[in-house]
Design a protein around this ligand. Structure first.
Ligand code: 5GP
Length: 127
């Protein structure tokens, strides 16, 4: 079944400027903004402007221009925040949750950029 994009999701509202956001970087095809409930000293969300539900949807159906723009935006934010391990930064973690098992809250593709403290191991051991 094809993905059904919900135009009322909160990030669609942000893209339409119906609700405010703290923009970090905007490009022709992407928007980076601060997460409203930060889980680390740096917590930025990067979203494509196109109507994509999650990462596989985007990776399989977005145009090459959109994919390059999105990927470069993530890199640019890491650079802006001084996170690059190759340039004296302390690193970061990228997370993109998808669907039920990924516990995705907002059904518009987003990558979390988390940084500013040690983030511990990637997942809790299964209990
Ligand atoms: P998910 O669980 O879908 O990967 O993450 C959704 C993220 O969106 C959460 O970290 C949550 O704090 C963030 N979020 C939800 N609503 C808003 C909002 O209105 N503005 C901003 N900036 N972030 C939001």
């Amino acid at each position: 079944m094809a993905y059904a994009y919900d135009d009322q999701n909160i990030f669609a509202c942000i893209l339409r400027k119906e609700i405010p956001n703290k923009t970090v970087l905007e490009t022709p095809h992407s928007l980076a903004f601060e997460d409203i409930r930060p889980q680390a000293p740096n917590h930025v969300l990067v979203i494509p402007k196109g109507r994509y539900v999650c990462y596989d949807h985007f990776a399989l159906e977005a145009t090459e221009v959109e994919i390059v723009d999105f990927t470069r935006t993530i890199g640019a934010v890491c650079k802006m925040l001084g996170l690059q391990p190759g340039h004296d930064g302390q690193g970061y973690r990228l997370i993109s949750n998808a669907g039920t098992h990924g516990v995705q809250e907002v059904p518009h593709l987003h990558v979390h950029i988390l940084a500013g403290r040690s983030l511990g191991r990637m997942l809790q051991p299964a209990g």
